[in-house]
Design a protein around this ligand. Structure first.
Ligand SMILES: [Zn+2]
Length: 263
C-alpha cells in the first residue's frame, strides 16, 4: 500500500498460475485477466476492476484539479507470484508481505487481483468494493505524485514518508473524522510525535500522516499541496511551507485537538 520508498513496504504480488494482465489505463479494455486459478466467490471481478480503476483515477484527478501527466501501465496480477513478477528486478521484490496488495509509482500500478486476496493476502477484503477502490485510489495517488516528483518512485525521499503516505491516505479517504479521533486518542495517550519522521511510525501512521496532510490542505490550501509534490526531502517541504518542524507539529496538534472537541 505504499510507494516504492519504504523498503519492502511498497510492493505486492500474486501467486500460483502466474498470469498478469496489463490493462490500458482508463480504457476499459476487455477483462484480460479473468481466467486461471480459483476465484473467490463474491470478490471484485476483473471487469469491475476496470471501472474501479477509472473511478479512482477520476477521484485523484479531482483532488489535484489536473489530469495524470502520463499513462501508467496497469497490471492486475492474478496471483501473488504474478504480482511479485511485475516489479523491476532491481527492486528485489521476489517476495512480498501478505498485506501488500498494490504498488503505485510514476510509471505503473500493480494490484493483486481482489479474487486472490482471500487465499493470498491478509488484512484485506476482496469482496468489499469500497475497500478495493480505496486501495486503488491510494496507489494511484502515489502514481500521480511520482509523475510530479523527480525521483519517480520516491527512492531517496524517505524523510518525506509522512507526506507521501499522508497524501495518499488523504486523497483516497476524504472522510477525516475517523482518523482525527484515532490521532487525538494517540495524542492523549502521550504519543504525540516530537519529530515529523515519527508521524510515519506505529499503529496510527496512516491516520497520523493523513491527518497532517489534511491540516496542511486546510491551512495552506490545495495549491500548496500541489507545490509540495516535487519535494524530495523534509527540508524542501518545510521551505515550501515556510514553517519550522516544531511549529508545524505543535500547530497540527492544536488543530487536531480543537477539531475533535468541536465534534
Ligand atoms: Zn502508500
Amino acid at each position: 500500500m505504499q510507494g516504492r520508498f519504504k523498503s519492502g513496504a511498497s510492493r505486492s504480488v500474486l501467486f500460483g498460475t502466474v498470469r498478469a494482465a496489463v490493462l490500458t489505463f482508463l480504457a476499459l479494455a476487455p477483462a484480460a485477466c479473468a481466467s486461471a486459478g480459483a476465484k473467490e466467490a463474491g470478490a471484485v471481478t476483473a471487469k469491475e476492476m476496470q471501472t474501479i480503476d477509472a473511478e479512482a483515477a477520476a477521484q485523484v484527478e479531482a483532488y489535484f484539479g489536473a489530469p495524470f501527466s502520463e499513462q501508467p501501465k496497469i497490471t492486475i496480477a492474478e496471483n501473488r507470484a504474478a504480482f511479485n513478477a511485475a516489479f523491476p528486478p532491481e527492486w528485489g521484490m521476489s517476495e512480498t508481505e501478505c498485506w501488500m496488495v498494490g504498488v503505485g509509482v510514476a510509471d505503473f500500478l500493480v494490484v493483486l487481483s481482489p479474487s486472490a486476496w482471500a487465499a493470498e493476502a491478509c488484512e484485506h477484503d476482496g469482496s468489499d468494493r469500497a475497500e478495493v477502490k480505496r486501495i486503488v485510489a491510494h496507489e494511484l495517488t502515489h502514481t500521480y505524485h511520482g509523475q510530479r516528483n523527480p525521483t519517480r518512485d520516491f527512492t531517496g525521499a524517505e524523510s518525506l514518508s509522512w507526506f507521501i503516505e499522508g497524501l495518499a491516505t488523504s486523497v483516497a479517504e476524504p472522510e477525516i473524522d475517523g482518523r482525527r479521533a484515532r490521532v487525538v486518542a494517540a495524542f492523549n495517550k502521550g504519543t504525540a510525535p516530537a519529530k515529523l519522521e515519527a508521524v510515519w511510525s506505529g499503529d496510527t501512521r496512516y491516520q497520523m500522516a493523513g491527518l497532517l496532510v489534511d491540516y496542511i490542505d486546510q491551512k495552506w490550501g490545495r495549491k500548496k499541496i500541489i507545490e509540495l509534490l516535487p519535494a524530495v526531502t523534509q527540508e524542501d517541504a518545510l521551505k515550501i511551507l515556510g514553517i519550522g518542524e516544531d511549529e508545524l507539529l505543535s500547530d497540527f496538534r492544536a488543530w487536531a485537538s480543537a477539531g475533535a472537541e468541536n465534534k
